[in-house]
Design a protein around this ligand. Structure first.
Ligand SMILES: Nc1nc2c(ncn2[C@@H]2O[C@H](COP(=O)(O)OP(=O)(O)OP(=O)(O)O)[C@@H](O)[C@H]2O)c(=O)[nH]1
Length: 312
């Protein structure tokens, strides 16, 4: 029976589950929607033998409440068709996350379609389900690779561009304070030259940890390239951003990196002006950082808009 139960997801070893399929009979009245057949992948997905499933109510998703909602949705879609010979059931579908008995979340894609029309209040439906967890995890992994700096685990430059544009739009719309900090390790070339590239990499990794420790959840910290980093701080005025930058500057100076000499960094800080473009913002923050380098490094510069303790 139902020889067309193919298993498109199967690999050559036959280990990858394919589509779980259940054939459903729809009756008017209390018997409602019942299973008349299931394939082996349905048994594998939900447990139980074929015999145990025959006559049972279908399981579309694991959570009882969500399953009930789907069945109700199905009844609502079918109800207008029960007395019409030419009504067409378009099908319903969705994707749900189910918590499996081993504690893992599984993503299940499901679809219910009709095998034919209604005849004397009776119809046959096909429920297909596919475990798409691996596919979703692979997509998430690719997304992480595309947006993350491999060495430090921070947001990479291209993702930072996306976040910056979105935060600028928010700032322009709601006129909330938003500040940008650019920092650059001082004399990093000397660190590489004296201790080797691996030690230089270790300094970058430890600095990334330090930055993450010192920032709020809403802040974004990115590796801009080489030994340059960007910190985007929403709801932060220029004055607050300068204080934050100076706190980080001091923390870097007092961190025991795997070197004889201490590591220092220079900072440029700007607050976004209303309607300011990305280009203008980047130019201003770059100028501010340049000023901090020019004035002797290990300091915070705002490019002249604000003055604090250890500024250029
Ligand atoms: N170890 C390591 N070094 C890097 C990486 N990316 C860039 N660099 C090095 O960072 C150094 C940056 O040197 P410069 O641009 O001259 O800057 P600096 O020596 O820090 O001098 P100032 O910025 O003027 O204080 C170069 O030697 C790059 O090769 C990386 O991923 N790992």
């Amino acid at each position: 029976m139902y020889q067309h139960y193919s298993r498109p997801g199967m690999d050559a070893n036959g280990e990858q589950p394919g589509h779980a399929v259940a054939i459903l009979s729809v009756q008017e009245g209390p018997s409602g929607i019942r299973i008349v057949d299931v394939n082996t992948d349905y048994q594998r997905l939900w447990g139980g033998s074929r015999e145990a499933w025959l006559g049972a109510a279908p399981v579309v998703v694991q959570q009882e409440a969500a399953n009930q909602q789907i069945i109700t949705q199905l009844y609502k879609a079918l109800y207008p068709l029960t007395n019409s010979e030419d009504g067409v059931f378009e099908g319903i579908s969705g994707r749900e996350i189910s918590r499996w008995h081993n504690g893992r979340n599984r993503h299940i894609e499901w679809r219910i379609t009709a095998m034919g029309g209604f005849h004397k209040g009776h119809s046959t439906l096909v429920l297909t389900q596919r475990d798409v967890t691996e596919q979703i995890e692979k997509e998430a992994q690719l997304e992480r690779l595309a947006t993350t700096d491999m060495l430090t685990g921070l947001v990479n430059r291209s993702q930072f561009d996306v976040i910056l544009k979105s935060e600028l739009n928010r700032q322009h719309r709601y006129a909330r304070p938003l500040s940008l900090i650019m920092l650059d390790i001082d004399y990093f070339k000397d660190i590489n030259d004296s201790y080797g590239h691996d030690v230089g990499d270790q300094v970058l990794i430890e600095l990334a940890h330090l930055l993450k420790r010192n920032l709020r959840k809403a802040d974004c910290c990115a590796r801009w390239g080489g030994e340059e980093f960007m910190l985007l701080a929403p709801e932060t005025s220029l004055e607050q951003a300068v204080r934050l930058a100076d706190k980080i500057r001091s923390a870097i100076k007092h961190t025991a990196f795997p070197l004889e000499n201490c590591v220092t960094a220079s900072f440029g800080v700007v607050e976004v002006h209303s309607s300011e473009s990305v280009k203008s913002l980047m130019k201003r923050v770059d100028n501010a950082l340049y000023l901090a380098k020019e004035k002797g490094r290990d300091r915070v510069s705002t490019g002249g808009l604000f003055s604090s303790a250890k500024q250029a």
